[in-house]
Design a protein around this ligand. Structure first.
Ligand code: GDP
Ligand code: ZN
Length: 400
């Protein structure tokens, strides 16, 4: 690096630190225009949650009391803040301080949304002042958002404010790659559903969803459904055992016979869970069998009827059981690998990473090289072959 470059880099780092400090102090950044530099900055702001130097995502229990309050206040001061420290109590507090009602967005369509307020569903407009510009997102609100609502009529309201988010699932906007579309907010875990057969079990896709879940700070729950179609359940369990070994919550289920459903239901209890999985694997069947009150199909079309034509229903949030929610959304797959680069992939394969220090070559691709410790691990049965295969396939599919 030349001296000039070094200096420039130093300045950039300084500026980043200054911005971070500003954000920490709760001073809202002024957003000028949609310059490329600005977009880049905001993109950086919206990457999946990772603890920063200030430990913003640090477990709240290990923080001194004042510190915890300070961080929460900081998060509130900046409208678009995402922080794992945000919780139900904070949302209620904010609502109590306002003249409005606390609600949760359960469905969004162009400029209109359905909001659950006190057990009622209101059709709401968004206040015009709520604009996505400068947030790094193309849309203002998504399912799962806690919002402040002004009641207008028995079934109508106006969204006055979108409250800070605990987490956000986003995907690249299809028209402007610099921006993202937020598809669900405040989700805690992902239920990854695959089927043993019809469609055939696709382990690479499960791996990709797992990466997506990890990058979005979601706990992953894996469900292998249609286990009634397996000739040999034990063999099936053995095949997917690496997931259990990696400490994922793993469920072999059948919506047809009811096998495994009690455990799966328990895994969803009290949580907000986003569904991931190919069409046809049995997501709707599983949910319907576990919760007879759930009505997936009718919920998904109700807003369409209200608004008339040209609606794109993107994601629905449904109450599940007594105190849980599930988010059903198309296109969740793209979230997984977007923006992921080859050197980062190993972070999501701790079972592969364990061996690479032993490879003879630094740039070993673990495919044909002599002295590859990863291949040796596969050969002696310490590492299952399909995990390495998936790793290599995904590696080749993402940019350097
Ligand atoms: P989704 O697209 O993931 O929501 O899948 P569906 O719930 O619509 O299920 C797709 C098809 O698989 C339907 O015909 C279901 O009856 C069937 N199915 C769902 N779960 C099971 C299961 O556990 N065992 C068997 N044999 N069939 C199932
Ligand atoms: Zn190797």
């Amino acid at each position: 690096m030349t001296n000039k470059l070094k200096k420039r880099r130093k300045r950039q780092v300084k500026e980043q630190q200054r911005q971070q400090l500003l954000a920490e102090k709760g001073q809202k950044k002024r957003v000028r225009h949609n310059t490329a530099a600005n977009q880049e900055k905001h993109r950086a702001d919206w990457q999946p949650l990772e603890p920063n130097e200030q430990g913003v995502i640090a477990d709240r229990r290990i923080m001194p009391r004042d510190e915890q309050t300070r961080r929460i206040q900081t998060a509130v001061a900046s409208q678009q803040a995402i922080s794992a420290n945000i919780d139900e109590a904070l949302w209620q507090e904010l609502a109590a301080e306002s003249p409005f009602q606390l609600g949760m967005v359960v469905e969004v369509s162009r400029g209109l949304c359905r909001v659950a307020v006190d057990g009622r569903i209101l059709i709401c407009d968004l206040r015009g002042a709520l604009i996505a510009e400068g947030s790094g997102y193309t849309n203002v609100t998504a399912v799962g958002d806690r919002v402040l609502v002004q009641l207008l009529a028995e079934d109508r309201g106006l969204v006055e404010e979108v409250l800070p988010r605990r987490s956000g699932l986003a995907r690249p906007d299809s028209f402007d790659v610099h921006l993202k579309q937020i598809i669900a907010a405040n989700v805690e875990q992902a239920l990854i559903v695959a089927s043993w057969r019809e469609p055939h079990l696709w382990l690479q896709l499960i791996d990709e969803y797992l990466i997506g879940a990890a990058r979005n700070n979601l706990t992953a729950v894996i469900c292998i459904n249609k286990i009634d179609l397996a000739e040999d359940t034990a063999m099936c369990r053995e095949l997917v055992r690496p997931y259990a070994d990696l400490n994922y919550s793993l469920h072999l289920t059948s919506a047809a016979t009811g096998q495994g459903l009690d455990d799966l239901r328990a895994a969803l209890e009290g949580k907000t869970t986003v569904l991931a999985g190919m069409s046809g694997v049995g997501k709707s069947s599983l949910l319907t069998v576990m919760d007879g009150n759930l009505n997936l199909k009718t919920n998904a079309v109700s807003l369409k009827r209200h608004e008339g034509k040209h609606t794109t229903t993107q994601a629905v949030m449904l109450p599940f059981g007594q105190n849980a929610y599930v988010v059903d959304t198309p296109g969740i797959r793209e979230m997984g690998l977007d923006g992921l680069r080859q050197p980062e992939l190993l972070d999501f394969y701790p079972d592969v990473a364990e061996f690479i220090a032993g490879c003879r070559f630094n740039d070993c691709t673990h495919s044909h090289e002599p002295g590859c410790a990863v291949k040796t691990a596969v050969a002696d049965g310490t590492l299952v072959e399909w995990r390495l295969e998936n790793y290599r396939k995904i590696y080749q599919s993402i940019p350097e």
